[in-house]
Write a protein that binds this ligand. Structure first.
Ligand SMILES: [Zn+2]
Ligand SMILES: [Zn+2]
Length: 123
């Protein structure tokens, strides 16, 4: 996978889009992002980022997953591993974090599976 372009993923469905057609619904109390591929509505979109610290990657499998909410991409083994390891956070709480940026991972959905569409590389 190449992240030369700005890619974003819809949190609810995992579809990756490289264009600025986010389908943001205006006027509602909570902004929702509507995926143009499957029409699922997401509360958030994540901007995908490469995790440059190779020591945190458990294998060299394809980067088909992204940590939520920071958007760092990694393989399934890597996201599974880190999302299961609670690290000290604050004085007496433990929480899984993204190894690349130490963002606290979402409890309900610590990572999202990325679904790449061919046309996301189009201009
Ligand atoms: Zn979708
Ligand atoms: Zn991160």
């Amino acid at each position: 996978m190449i992240l030369e372009k700005l890619l974003r993923v819809y949190l609810a469905c995992g579809h990756v889009q490289g264009k600025h057609e986010w389908g943001l619904k205006h006027g509602s109390a909570t902004p929702k992002f509507k995926c143009p591929i499957c029409m699922a509505e997401s509360d958030r979109i994540l901007q995908l980022m490469m995790g440059m610290e190779s020591a945190f990657h458990l294998d060299s499998e394809s980067l088909d997953y992204a940590f939520n909410p920071c958007g760092h991409v990694a393989s399934l083994a890597t996201v599974r591993y880190w999302s299961r390891i609670p690290l000290p956070h604050g004085t007496n709480s433990f929480h899984p974090v993204c190894p690349f940026c130490t963002s606290l991972l979402a409890i309900d959905k610590p990572f999202v599976r990325l679904i790449f569409q061919d046309h996301c590389y189009d201009d």
